[in-house]
Design a protein around this ligand. Structure first.
Ligand SMILES: Cc1cc2nc3c(=O)[nH]c(=O)nc-3n(C[C@H](O)[C@H](O)[C@H](O)COP(=O)(O)OP(=O)(O)OC[C@H]3O[C@@H](n4cnc5c(N)ncnc54)[C@H](O)[C@@H]3O)c2cc1C
Length: 410
């Protein structure tokens, strides 16, 4: 029997594509998943809580969260965006909550509920799921495609939707059908530094302004940074790693971080230090700081790095030291030594070239009946639920157009 649609990969994009296609008129939709379990990344995502989308709904702002795919996503989000994804899950019985920073999670804080929602709905609508079915080869036949699966089982289908995420086998299948691949490189990782100055501050989060320079190219942004025992992590660092993913890769993960711990101009910081010195002359420098939002241990670590005596009083600090302190607080330089471990998220930057996809349908411009959705494409976002959102969106658009297309044919 020949299926209407076979989806390769039982992840977020695959399930959304399958459910949408079958709900739009397809009769036989199969998911072939290579591993024993579907939706494994959903399970481990967001530290087991699954940050499945974001409350950002203004499309012009939303697309800014995608260092790759920003332009193509405008049209896609006009059809199925964060609001639609939120409603989609809620109408299928999954209660959701929005956190202060805009991230959306299941109200239960359990990714298992997202999996249950998707698998139950797929079953209810008649999607067939085959696990342990790694697709090895695709060939074009008169009626559509023939797929060879591990163990040499074969399947035939009129349409294929490749949703293999960052797995290399999906890119190989795409290449075998004529597609070109933008070299995959890691995104969303922390930075390791050689400096030991901030070791005592490990675990501290604070808001900063950063300039990252990689091989003469600069990336600037502000947000929350986490000091780790080996360097820096936190949402801002993961975002910078995403923005500079390809540059850092080509530069062997070497770069320079200029951190402004106060997010204020140096002369402004200097004025505050001068005034504080005048008003608190008899107080100890280590115990009294003029900047309320600057964590105490960070203040101490910066003073220690300048060899300032622990017993020094504000009245005793020289003008040159005060100048050096204002510099250190607003222009603190660190060298990135290497790529650190991944944070809560990790995605692949790179994948199937976007030039070869029709973004009205997600169909290949090279091979009729072949569609793509999710991370297998050269699209990726920063942290905050944006990566799953792109999977829901591209999966939905692909499923919808395959469904509508087959309606015309029947
Ligand atoms: C630890 C971690 C946490 C994350 N947390 C979040 C988060 O909270 N929010 C967020 O937005 N994003 C998060 N992400 C990113 C997000 O998980 C991915 O962007 C998303 O899962 C991609 O979905 P996908 O459907 O494209 O691919 P995947 O989820 O990777 O699914 C692809 C599937 O295809 C299967 N497959 C591959 N090749 C074949 C083949 N040849 N034959 C058959 N099957 C095949 C794979 O086994 C896999 O099951 C996280 C990622 C990681 C690693």
């Amino acid at each position: 029997m020949i299926s209407d649609l076979i989806i390769i990969g039982g992840g977020a994009a695959g399930f959304m594509g399958a459910i949408t296609a079958i709900s739009n008129g397809l009769r036989s939709v199969l998911i072939l998943e290579g591993t024993p379990k579907v939706l494994e990344k959903v399970r481990i995502s967001g530290g087991g809580r699954c940050n499945l989308t974001n409350s950002c709904c203004e499309i012009s702002h939303l697309v800014n969260n995608y260092p790759r795919g920003e332009k193509q996503l405008i049209g896609l989000f006009n059809r199925f965006s964060t609001t639609e994804a939120f409603d989609w899950f809620q109408t299928k019985g999954l209660s959701l909550k929005v956190e202060k920073d805009g991230r959306v999670f299941p109200s239960s804080n359990s990714s298992e509920d997202v999996i249950r929602c998707l698998t139950n709905y797929a079953r209810k609508t008649g999607v067939q799921v085959y696990t342990n079915s790694h697709v090895k080869k695709i060939s074009i036949i008169k009626e559509g495609f023939k797929l060879i699966v591990k163990g040499d089982n074969t399947f035939q289908t009129k349409n294929i939707l490749i949703c293999t995420g960052g797995h290399p086998s999906g890119r190989k299948l795409a290449m075998s059908l004529g597609h070109s691949i933008i070299k995959p490189v890691p995104s969303l990782f922390s930075f390791t530094t050689s400096e030991k100055t901030l070791k005592s501050c490990s675990g501290i989060s604070t808001n900063v302004y950063i300039k990252l320079t990689v091989n003469k190219k600069s990336f600037t942004d502000s947000g929350t940074i986490l000091i780790t025992h080996k360097g820096f992590s936190g949402p801002l660092i993961l975002k910078l790693s995403s923005l500079s993913a390809r540059d850092l890769y080509t530069n062997n993960y070497k770069g320079e971080l200029r951190i402004n711990w106060l997010s204020m101009k140096e002369n402004e910081a200097r004025l505050k230090l001068d005034l504080y010195k005048y008003e608190n002359a008899k107080k100890l420098l280590f115990k009294n700081k003029p900047f309320d939002n600057l964590p105490r241990s960070l203040w101490k670590a910066l003073l220690l790095s300048m060899n300032i005596d622990k017993q020094l009083k504000w009245a005793e600090i020289s003008n040159s030291k005060l100048y050096a302190l204002s510099k250190s607080l607003t222009l603190n330089i660190y060298s990135i030594k290497s790529r650190g471990p991944f944070g809560e998220e990790f995605v692949t930057a790179g994948g199937v070239s976007l030039k070869e996809i029709n973004f009205k349908t997600m169909e290949s411009k090279i091979c009729k009946g072949l569609y793509f959705a999710g991370e297998v494409l050269d699209i990726d976002g920063v942290t905050g639920g944006f990566n799953f959102q792109h999977c829901w969106t591209s999966g939905w658009v692909a499923g919808k157009s395959i469904g509508l297309n087959s309606e015309k044919l029947n």
